[in-house]
Design a protein around this ligand. Sequence first.
Ligand SMILES: Nc1ncnc2c1ncn2[C@@H]1O[C@H](COP(=O)(O)OP(=O)(O)OP(=O)(O)O)[C@@H](O)[C@H]1O
Ligand SMILES: [Mg+2]
Length: 467
Amino acid sequence: MPRGGKRSFVCRECGYQSPGWLGHCPQCEQWGTIEEDLTPVAAARPTGGKGNDRHGAGVAVAAPVPVSLSEVTFDTGDRIDTGLGEFNRVLGGGLVLGSVVLVGGEPGVGKSTLLLQALLSMEGRGVSTLLVSGEESASQVKLRSVRLGGGSSGLRLVTETQTEAVVAALEQLQPTACVVDSVQTLWSSAIGSTPGSVAQIREVTAQLLHTAKTNGIALILVGHVTKDGELAGPRVLEHMVDAVLSFEGDRAQPFRILRAVKNRFGSTNEVGVFQMAEQGLIEVPDPASVFLEEGDMRSGSVVVPVLEGSRCLLAEVQALVAPTNFAMPQRVARGVDRNRLSMITAVLSRRARLPLSNCDIFVNIAGGLILEDPAADLAVALAIASAFRDGDAGRGMAAFGEISLTGKVRYALQSDKRIQEAARRGFERILVPGRNAEEAAKAGVTPSGMKIEAVIDIADAVRRNSG
Ligand SMILES: Nc1ncnc2c1ncn2[C@@H]1O[C@H](COP(=O)(O)OP(=O)(O)OP(=O)(O)O)[C@@H](O)[C@H]1O
Ligand SMILES: [Mg+2]
């Protein structure tokens, strides 16, 4: 529908607006994501704005009456326990009434399982709940709930994809907690475009948000992500909701991590760890060493204590180095950023004099973990160096530290936590940046049976590790 005679175009991924069609979005750099904006002018209202027509020129608008902050009351008991401690932890202590949480994740990672488990648990404790399923039939949901041990629950279910009908159901049933699975399957009759398009997602979310806020419902929306891990649909969705959680994990592996990307009511520093099993997701309250592979460490494998929010996890970096058969050697990274791997390889070649330019390099993080902590650099470098020499120097040893382009190993945050965690798991040696070693010595925190070794630069670390 043309907007006042003029056509306008919008990027499906980031919401970038353009007066003409483009093949490539200049904002998010994606190809083929620009489509015609079919939002009618009347529907393009501010988030959840049902009241006055702000677009109508000359319409009298009453000024809102301000309230004094001192008169505003709130109840700290307004958080709902989801029944899953790890989920509560990521939310900042439970679901907040009248808030909207978006849970994103790749297909099959377990979003529907997690949220159904939470709903079943809440329903079991007398919280009024509702599941809106636009993706699965009632019998499919029943099948999953039987697997999760909640086949006879009184959980109410609506299989509906039209937003106006969902809003009517919410207003009539007045649940305390509601899950909508998924936001991309919903559509609104106010918009002419197909479900999942930018205009539809924006409109659907605005309507649901308004209903949740005015009725005090804790609403959870499920959102799909693209292969790059971005939420499919406009980034504006992330701005509209109160919290964005991302559910990550390798489908071939049992462990899943729930991470807060944004949270208006809690820290974004917390992660929740789960294990996918036959009977659903099992919480892992002490996840420090679940990502380590069993048995002896081999050549090309080094352990790093990484920070995941306020927790410390032990991750195993595995590397394989082999002579290349190609003109351009391969650099394959799973669980670490590929550009970071290229940088570490270049630093190893130049600063530690390892001739890696004719080698294919493969790096993998065991257990499907994705490392974002820069302090993992040293372990990646040592795993590559160990794989190159085919030595097993990683045995009984952990390492952490960020590597700079000059080859220096830089200070890492919270070294006491990292050292303690490695010691708890029985590591006897840990290579740490010089300043971290000084800090540990000053604080007198060296755990018994552990040797803390300060490394100056990458060449020094490689030398120590080959002894
Ligand atoms: N019987 C089972 N035993 C163990 N794991 C199972 C079993 N059935 C399903 N799963 C796990 O549950 C996952 C599917 O979970 P779920 O349907 O909740 O994912 P989802 O994120 O909602 O997927 P989608 O994006 O397709 O909706 C499967 O990938 C599998 O790992
Ligand atoms: Mg699902």
